[in-house]
Design a protein around this ligand. Structure first.
Ligand code: ADP
Length: 591
């Protein structure tokens, strides 16, 4: 349960995330990396396809618009050539009424909505032809005059225009009065081709928007073979650019704006930054120059916001987002697999450790069984021997020897008793009262001295205590007592008979921090240097030890000190030994 909670907490913790990621191996990263690469590739392909589709649409729309403009001009050109053919069929000239009759049947307002009318310009090459022309025109139109006056020796007056209404100002206007019109007119004559002027503002256009004139030459033929012909004038049509463009792929149905320029002069524009759909940074734009009847027209196209909106697709984003999501899930999956495998690895290690501890404990138990059976059996056998000897003494009525035998039986029984006590203490080591209670060190040491007084008297050892802790300390009294008792009993047992005075001192004092130090010092025989920590091993006894003992005392000391969370060490010389125990404690006086 604890582990599950820890796992949940881990997922929510950024540091743990990095730790989990760190657990992934190269193969995991390669798989996630490859999946990420596929996602990015899919995203890129989809993005590119959408972009190419949009570009295709842009190119189709621009081509269509340009072709429609050119096609429309072509239709107008055809109408003008038809007019020229008509005039030529009449011998190269015609009257105002004849032209009116012809032009009206063209129904230009319906069929050719882009032009304001269709008319005839006569070419008057000199004074003589001018005079003759004016005479002829004034037959039907007495007030006809050419304007403005031009001093170049030739005239290009607009003779007729249909419809007249709205075009009144154009009648009689001399094309030679202004370079743009004059140049285009001459080009049409000299090249025998349809020509248009550069941008002009038509006299007919009340709104003064850009427009141009479209010229087609007509001739008078000298004979049927048409080898010899004389240039007589032009059929012309005035265009207001806006009207020409009207209806060309209605603006609502296309999302590409157009600008048309003639030598940098703007002729038409249906896009401006005030428009609702104007895109300041268009997705696509292009510039194309097209030769149109002697002029170079620059078509500029740019997409608008609606185009951008239609071209946009969420598909690449969906591909990218879902791909990244899959990658994250993959990462999480790998991390969780690694986590569980790491956990089971740790569990296996734990199991191995427990197994090792168990087998060590088992070995200790076997050794313990062997030693205890041996140690119990030895005094029993000795007692048995002494009992047999005592029986013989009784038979011989040797009461002195009998008394001696009984003493020896007694001391062996005591040895057996000590051993059993030690064994009992050993069994109880994990079952002592572990409650923290105040330990009055003075009283405790007194009680230990009392229980060991006979042993001390036997070895002629004086016991002294130095209790430098006034207040009781909090600890487990039974453990502290067994520690002190075992150490003092060893200090007495291993006292040095060769010394004139034998003593043991028990010292309790405060140590750094919240620790207590208990020292048991003697001037006994000391412990050989090479013994070291083995003193604390179970059943260990130094050399040929003549003192009765089981080799359990020092082991019990270490066990109790460990249980108290402390430590035990000793220093020894032939002059004596000092065991030093440190145990952690909150002094009751500070509580
Ligand atoms: P024992 O029952 O033999 O006393 P312990 O485990 O208490 O067993 O002690 C192990 C051995 O360490 C003892 O046999 C003794 O040789 C040595 N020893 C312990 N304490 C002292 C001491 N204060 N002075 C000298 N030798 C000691």
């Amino acid at each position: 349960m604890r582990d599950v909670n820890a796992t949940e907490a881990d997922w929510g913790n950024a540091k743990s995330w990095w730790r989990i990621m760190g657990n992934l191996n190269l193969a995991h990263w390669i798989i996630v990396g490859a999946s990420l690469a596929v996602t990015l590739y899919g995203w890129w392909v989809s993005q590119t396809q959408i972009e190419e589709r949009a570009r295709g649409r842009f190119e189709r729309e621009t081509t269509k618009v340009r072709d429609l403009v050119l096609e429309r001009l072509q239709r107008y050109e055809d109408a003008l050539w038809a007019g020229a053919a008509y005039v030529e069929s009449l011998g190269g000239d015609l009257s105002v009424d004849e032209w009116k009759a012809y032009a009206e049947q063209l129904a230009i307002d319906k069929k050719y909505p882009g032009i304001n009318g269709i008319g005839v310009i006569h070419y008057l090459e000199d004074e003589r032809s001018l005079a003759q022309y004016l005479e002829e025109q004034r037959v039907l139109r007495p007030h006809f005059k050419i304007h403005p006056e031009v001093e170049i020796g030739e005239n290009w007056p607009i003779s007729y225009i249909t419809p007249v209404a709205g075009n009144e100002q154009a009648i009689g206007l001399d094309m030679a009065h202004e370079t743009n019109r004059y140049t285009a007119a001459k080009k049409a004559r000299d090249r025998s081709m349809a020509q248009i002027t550069g941008p002009i503002v038509l006299v007919q256009d009340a709104q003064q928007t850009p427009g141009f004139l479209f010229f087609v030459p007509f001739y008078e033929y000298a004979d049927e073979s048409a080898d010899e012909r004389k240039f007589r004038g032009l059929i012309y049509a005035p265009f207001v650019f806006k009207r020409l463009m009207d209806g060309i792929l209605a603006r609502d149905f296309r999302h590409v704006g157009i600008e048309i320029l003639d030598k940098k002069a703007l002729m038409f524009r249906d896009v401006s930054d005030g428009d609702l759909w104007y895109d300041p940074e268009p997705l696509f734009s292009s510039v194309e120059t097209v030769s149109v009847y002697g002029r170079e027209w620059e078509f500029r196209f740019r997409t608008d916001l609606k185009f951008r909106q239609d071209a946009g697709s969420t598909q690449p984003l969906i591909i990218l987002a879902s791909g990244i999501m899959v990658d994250v899930l993959l990462l999480m999956l790998f991390a969780s697999i690694m986590r569980s495998s790491k956990r089971s690895q740790l569990q296996t290690e734990d199991l191995r450790r427990v197994q090792a501890e168990l087998s060590r404990a088992n070995e200790e138990l076997t050794q313990f069984n062997y030693r205890t059976s041996h140690d119990l059996a030895a005094p029993l056998k000795t007692i048995q021997g002494f009992v047999d000897l005592a029986k013989l003494d009784l038979k011989k009525q040797d009461y002195e020897s009998l008394a001696h035998m009984i003493d020896r039986i007694g001391s062996q029984a005591k040895r057996l008793d000590d051993l059993v006590k030690d064994l009992l203490n050993l069994c109880r080591i994990d079952h002592v009262n572990t409650d923290l209670e105040p330990v009055n060190c003075k009283e405790m040491v007194e009680s230990v001295f009392e229980s060991l007084s006979a042993l001390a008297a036997d070895h002629d050892v004086s016991m002294r205590s130095e209790c430098l802790i006034d207040e009781p300390l909090l600890s487990q009294p039974s453990r502290v007592m067994q520690v002190v008792e075992n150490l003092v009993s060893n200090a007495i047992k291993y006292s040095d008979a060769a010394k004139s005075e034998r003593w043991v001192v028990v010292r309790f004092e405060e140590d750094f921090g919240d620790w207590a130090k208990i020292e048991v010092e003697d001037n006994g025989i000391g412990i050989p240097e090479d013994v070291g920590e083995r003193v604390f091993e179970i059943f260990y006894r130094v050399g040929n030890n003549s003192e009765p003992g089981s080799g359990i005392g020092a082991y019990l000391v270490r066990k109790h000190v460990d249980a108290l969370g402390g430590s035990v060490h000793y220093k020894t010389t032939p002059e004596g030994t000092c065991f030093s125990v440190r145990i952690p404690h909150q002094w009751t006086k500070r509580k």
